[in-house]
Design a protein around this ligand. Structure first.
Ligand code: SF4
Ligand code: SF4
Length: 388
């Protein structure tokens, strides 16, 4: 297993982290297959993984609700006496906070579920342009100060799916951030905070943890034949899984890649890939860029996110509706970004909020018929999150 220093935390962290959001399940997303999960965790830890990342809502049957992942992880760590060997990372459900005492309320529940009295890395979960000002006004920074000074949390950070400017704004607000969890893979260099975010973390020595290294598994499933053809051109043959991980491991601004694993087989494969850097040549980097360009030809519409159509007078978040639709379309699977479509875009800003007033009719430089395309987005994702 390769290890890296997690920025200013100085923690030695395995380059592959165990993400506990896609554990194997039985009848529903909340019904975790505990025996298989324990086999996977054991194998991972015995083979060098030293960080587990979970969160309050992981493995809930209700989007954003209280999930079972933390309790399963807590029980496993306790029963196997692994707690002190593991960096435990979890997240505060920012969207549920309504008053200052809520931070403490949810934190206590999390400690109880995780059967521990301290968290190594505590992240504010998925800060959006709505949630960050809200939690800031509820004095979240006082709460984090208290967690740090009392030793109940060793390192604080946040996760976010927002654009770079906003990530920088959050970082600049609090000098005690030590870790950022951000989405990154070879398709997303310029999506959300992307490579610019990684640059900024490096400049400030903030530990970088990566989510969605396989885009929810889509970089290795349902691969379009034209993409497969490109991979076959490579001089050094790698599986799509190896390409995706080694692309990240070859970057020195990536400290830990979280992978949400679902089977023991996946843990074994991922551990093996994380055992050494398979150096990606300049020629291979060019091939990766070619593959990314090829994937983009499968997107649903030509929206460039220029923003000329915004704001919609009726509150439709046109840009993000199209972005999530295009990503899912490109990966040929609504699951690829359904979670983000329903969690990052407010109920009254999704595609079905368009009332076809036609005020955006001639605005789009890409000649997109916005209301018609929004209809397609609605058809694609539906009106409720049921994509587990
Ligand atoms: S104007 Fe067109 S290209 Fe620009 S953000 Fe709106 S839909 Fe996308
Ligand atoms: S047609 Fe739909 S998206 Fe366009 S301005 Fe009207 S409500 Fe907004």
């Amino acid at each position: 297993m390769l290890y890296r220093e997690l920025g200013k935390t100085k923690e030695k962290v395995s380059i592959l982290g165990f993400g506990a959001m896609r554990l194997p399940t039985k009848k529903s997303n909340a019904d975790i297959d505990i025996e298989e999960t324990e086999r996977m965790l054991k194998y991972g830890i015995e083979n060098g993984i030293n960080i587990i990342d979970t969160a309050y809502p992981y493995h809930s049957d209700k989007l954003g609700g209280h999930g079972n992942s933390e309790a399963v992880i807590g029980n496993f760590l306790k029963e196997n006496s692994y707690r002190d060997d593991i960096l435990l990372s979890t997240k505060s459900p920012s969207w549920l906070m309504e008053k200052p005492s809520d931070f403490e309320y949810y934190f206590e529940q999390q400690l109880k579920d995780l059967q521990t009295d301290y968290i190594d890395i505590y992240l504010l979960h998925s800060l959006t342009e709505t949630d960050w000002p809200k939690v800031y006004d509820l004095n979240v920074l006082d709460f984090l100060d208290d967690c740090l000074s009392s030793g109940r949390v060793k390192h604080v950070g946040f996760s976010s799916h927002t654009e770079i400017d906003y990530v920088i704004e959050i970082i600049d607000e609090y000098p005690k951030w030590e870790v950022c969890l951000t989405q990154m893979n070879y398709l997303d260099e310029y999506y959300q905070s992307g490579v610019m975010g990684l640059d900024y973390f490096k400049e400030l020595n903030i530990g970088s943890m990566i989510m969605e290294p396989l885009r929810g598994g889509r970089l290795i499933q349902n691969i379009p034949p034209t993409v497969e053809k490109l991979w076959n051109k490579a001089e050094v043959k790698r599986t799509p899984l190896q390409w995706a991980f080694q692309y990240l491991y070859n970057r020195d601004d990536v400290h830990c890649v979280l992978s949400g694993m679902t089977s023991l087989e996946q843990v074994k494969e991922n551990v093996e890939i994380a055992s050494e850097i398979d150096v990606i040549s300049e020629q291979d980097q060019e091939l990766i860029r070619e593959v990314a360009r090829e994937y983009r030809t499968y997107i649903g519409n030509k929206c460039t996110r220029c923003g000329y159509c915004m704001p919609c007078p009726h509150g439709v978040d046109i840009i993000n509706c199209f972005t999530e639709y295009n990503i899912a379309h490109m990966m040929n699977d609504p699951k690829a970004s359904a979670m983000q479509y329903f969690s990052l875009i407010d109920d009254d800003s999704r595609a079905d909020s368009c009332i076809r007033c036609m005020e955006c009719e001639f605005i789009c430089p890409q000649m997109i018929n916005i209301p018609d395309e929004l209809d397609k987005v609605y058809e694609y994702f539906g009106s409720e999150f049921d994509h587990f």
